[in-house]
Design a protein around this ligand. Structure first.
Ligand SMILES: Cc1cc2nc3c(=O)[nH]c(=O)nc-3n(C[C@H](O)[C@H](O)[C@H](O)COP(=O)(O)OP(=O)(O)OC[C@H]3O[C@@H](n4cnc5c(N)ncnc54)[C@H](O)[C@@H]3O)c2cc1C
Length: 293
């Protein structure tokens, strides 16, 4: 039996015993994937976190709604890197006490049908994907290999870039060196990178086919985001067991288990600053909330 406090992890008003503003160590604005992950990480570090969500359903683009007997997800249909093979997967498993489970979309997780009749099922491992492309485009083996080498290079550079963002401003010269590859990938479009590798327009279409996941066509998307999406799905696609609302339920339960809480219908109008530092928030209805000083 779980020793988890029996408590719904969110509501419009704070439950009794949660009224004191000085209770919170941190306030997180918004319960999207970013806010919830941040709040659950702070909770895992022992903080009591207040999450404020303007909508009456938490979860941002991971929330779902019901019409008749059907549940509808507003966004998520496939997520990569959620097994414990990947850092995000290990992170989510740890932050939800392994309560959040993921179902594989199968060995072929995505199928693309191109206007010229070519149909390709994207397999859930990088070796099989590379072999499929070698078989489909035998004259372009070098271009395929060069593309995946570029994806690996840019993905690794992006990790360095994120880490560098934590460095103090005084370290900017070192950080400029450290992030050069990533910054080059921001400045190059996916189309330009593919044009440099091959003249085969069908292969370029296939390699860029997942642009819909980030939403910008290859001529407008940076190589950085294209490489991250390619890497993101190299081990296949997954769907949260119980629907996308399971993500909010489990992450916000972690927040509640550590003594935090999520208030819905709480629209933050302003971050209150004192001497340039954030000291609290003001809601649209004028209520002020502040973490413990
Ligand atoms: C149609 C669609 C399909 C998608 N499909 C996939 C997919 O299959 N796989 C995948 O990995 N990703 C998918 N995505 C992308 C993914 O859903 C988002 O990138 C991710 O959920 C964004 O999380 P976020 O925390 O950055 O922002 P959001 O989810 O937008 O969360 C922000 C939250 O902050 C709240 N908020 C904003 N301002 C305030 C305020 N002033 N006060 C209080 N609360 C506030 C908002 O109400 C919201 O809940 C999809 C996105 C869309 C739109």
């Amino acid at each position: 039996m779980s020793d988890r406090p029996v408590r719904h992890p969110w509501s419009k008003n704070l439950p009794s015993g949660f009224a004191a503003p000085a209770l919170w160590d941190s306030i997180v604005i918004g319960s999207g994937m970013g806010g919830m992950t941040c709040a659950a990480m702070l909770a895992a570090l022992g903080q009591r976190v207040l999450v404020l969500e303007q909508h009456y359903v938490p979860g941002g683009f991971t929330h779902s709604f019901k019409r008749g007997k059907y549940h509808w997800d507003v966004g998520v249909h496939a997520v990569g890197e959620v097994t414990e093979r990947s850092m995000p997967g290990r992170l989510l498993a740890g932050l939800t006490g392994r309560r959040l489970q993921w179902a594989s979309l199968g060995p072929v997780y995505d199928a693309f049908v191109f206007p010229d009749g070519l149909q390709l099922g994207f397999p859930d491992n990088p070796q099989a994907f590379r072999a499929l492309l070698h078989d489909t485009f035998p004259a372009e083996r070098d271009a395929v290999d060069a593309y995946f080498a570029r994806v690996r290079e840019v993905s690794a550079a992006m990790r360095a870039y994120y880490l560098a963002r934590l460095a103090p401003p005084s370290a900017h010269v070192l950080m400029d060196m450290f992030t050069r590859t990533a910054r080059r990938a921001f400045g190059e479009t996916a189309k330009h990178a593919l044009d440099r590798l091959t003249d085969d327009s069908r292969l370029k279409t296939v390699l860029a086919a997942q642009w819909a996941y980030h939403g910008a066509t290859p001529s407008r998307a940076s190589l950085a985001i294209q490489a991250l999406v390619t890497k993101h799905f190299q081990w296949g696609g997954y769907y949260p067991v119980g629907g996308s609302s399971a993500i909010a339920r489990e992450l916000l339960q972690t927040v509640a288990d550590a003594g935090g809480y999520t208030r819905i219908s709480a629209d933050v109008a302003q971050i209150v600053l004192e001497n340039g530092s954030a000291v609290g928030v003001r809601l649209r209805d004028g209520e002020e909330l502040a973490p413990a000083g």
